[in-house]
Design a protein around this ligand. Structure first.
Ligand code: GLN
Length: 479
């Protein structure tokens, strides 16, 4: 991986003719050939399309055109992002064979900026999970240690970047699905403020929480990718219409004068690995050394984030996934009448975690229980928003672990959904609040040498600020 070039270097070199996009692509395809059989980051590698696109970029440069900010940069796309005419499976049997008639807005944007789509990455089915073990097509392995999970649900995207298959990847984050796998694989992963990145063409899981965001090996590359994909899109009704700031302009300004709060509830959380907690302490000390002031802060209702999430997200999922009826998409089960066909399709097509979420969500929304479960969860969500607002009166950014533990071993949590859900306890509050957060690798644990991620949280539209803090942290560990 050490010979992997950054997206910045590749784009600069391709734009100026120093390197050819086709050569860059072949180097990445070679790495995929060498390790993909072990890692299984991809559901599909788009060799021919990628080669044609890379040649087109080289031809444009030769003709004196500028292909854009991501010229010739290979990028991996989570397989819940629609790609026109190309299988988009969400790692579910129910979508097998479905080819979307349109591209997700983010797919169009990276293409327009000159990036080369390498393939579709594996995920937990419909992005429900924290280990990528819920994929209908087999698990992805952590490139740092193949006996361990890469995290999830965007485990394929995180693994692709960590293995050097691509310098950049796109994922989606509903409760932590970009940040948690980034932490477990030792790469950078960021969830942007809700509404900044278009969800058009992102297969919906929980629409009030879903956001698309970047993976990269360093903070500047992640900022470069987010700058390419974000901004208003009339095709997404939740898309913010006002112009967004530059992420890269002030990224090296440092942290002098910034107030940083360590979130007590997310750092002293039950089951936390002491080495993960220690990494947060080290990160705080590094920021202090850079001129920030650091204090502890209580954001009490974040303790209930997980509980609220596991009512709200399944409730929205149960509604969003109602569309897979055997008529409009992919798989069709047997049956002489439509209701039998519909039931068979869903029974055969969905895996057990997706079924569990649909049942939980349907229950939470049912008459008689709606107020006690869904309504109560929404009230908790409001309390989380208020508690964060109070914390941000005193602090510019907040700090916590990304995940309470390092990457765990395969199978260690598959029989205990609650243990699996706890993996996202530190990331979920950000989604419930609609805020932004980024995970930065910050050292390894001493026993297994697995990466640890530290999370920087910001209020809505503080995306540029958290990138700046992330960059300072990255430099402090000598990246
Ligand atoms: N792991 C969480 C879940 O299973 C979050 C998933 C996500 O962010 N897509 O719901």
């Amino acid at each position: 991986m050490s010979d992997s070039q950054s997206a910045f270097t590749i784009a600069n070199d391709v734009r100026s003719g120093r390197q050819r996009a086709r050569d860059i692509l072949e180097q990445h395809l070679e790495r995929i050939d060498a390790r993909e059989a072990d890692v299984h980051a991809f559901n599909l590698v788009l060799r021919d399309e990628a080669r044609a696109n890379a040649d087109a970029i080289d031809a444009a440069v030769a003709a004196g055109d500028d292909p854009g900010a991501l010229a010739g940069v290979p990028i991996a796309l989570k397989d819940n992002l629609c790609t026109r005419g190309i299988d988009t499976t969400c790692s579910s049997k129910i979508l097998q064979g479905w080819k979307p008639p349109y591209n997700a807005t983010v797919v169009d944007r990276v293409h327009a900026a000159g990036a080369i789509a390498l393939g579709k990455t594996n995920l937990d089915e419909f992005a429900m999970g924290s280990s990528t073990e819920n994929s209908a097509f087999g698990a992805t392995r952590n490139p740092v240690d193949l006996s361990r999970v890469p995290g999830g649900s965007s485990g394929g995207s995180a693994a692709a970047v960590a293995a050097g298959f691509a310098p950049l990847a796109l994922g989606s984050d509903t409760g932590g699905s970009i940040r948690q796998p980034a932490a477990l694989c030792g790469v950078v992963g960021m969830k942007p403020t809700y509404g900044t990145v278009s969800r058009y063409g992102l297969v919906a899981f929980a629409s009030s929480l879903d956001q698309v965001g970047p993976f990269a090996r360093d903070v500047r590359d992640a900022a470069l990718l987010l700058e390419t994909i974000w901004g208003h899109d009339p095709m997404d009704s939740t898309s913010i219409a006002s112009p967004l700031p530059s992420l890269l302009d002030g990224i090296d300004k440092g942290v002098a004068g910034l107030r940083v709060g360590i979130v007590e509830e997310l750092t002293d959380v039950e089951g936390i690995d002491p080495e993960v907690r220690a990494a947060v302490g080290k990160a705080a000390a590094a920021l202090e050394a850079g001129g920030a002031t650091v204090d502890r802060v209580s954001v009490p209702s974040t303790m209930y984030g997980l509980d609220a999430y596991y009512l709200i997200a399944p409730a929205e999922a149960s509604s969003n996934l109602a569309r897979y009826d055997g008529v409009r998409y992919g798989l069709r089960g047997a049956g002489d009448d439509i209701s039998v066909m519909n039931a068979n399709t869903r029974n055969d097509g969905f895996g057990s975690e997706v079924k569990r979420r649909i049942m939980l969500g349907t229950y939470a929304l049912s008459a008689g229980y709606y107020d006690a479960y869904y309504g109560q969860a929404q009230r908790v969500r409001t309390l989380i928003v208020r508690d964060f607002a109070r914390a941000y009166e005193h602090f510019d950014v907040l700090l916590s672990p990304t995940s309470p533990t390092i990457a765990f071993e395969f199978g260690s949590k598959t029989t205990d959904p609650l243990a699996m859900y706890l993996s996202d306890v530190c990331t979920i509050p950000t989604n419930l609040a609609g805020h932004c957060a980024i995970s930065v690798p910050y050292g390894n644990d001493s026993v297994h040498q697995m990466p640890i991620g530290v999370q920087i949280l910001g209020r809505e539209l503080a995306d540029a600020l958290i990138f700046r803090v992330a960059r300072a942290l990255e430099l402090s560990r000598g990246a």
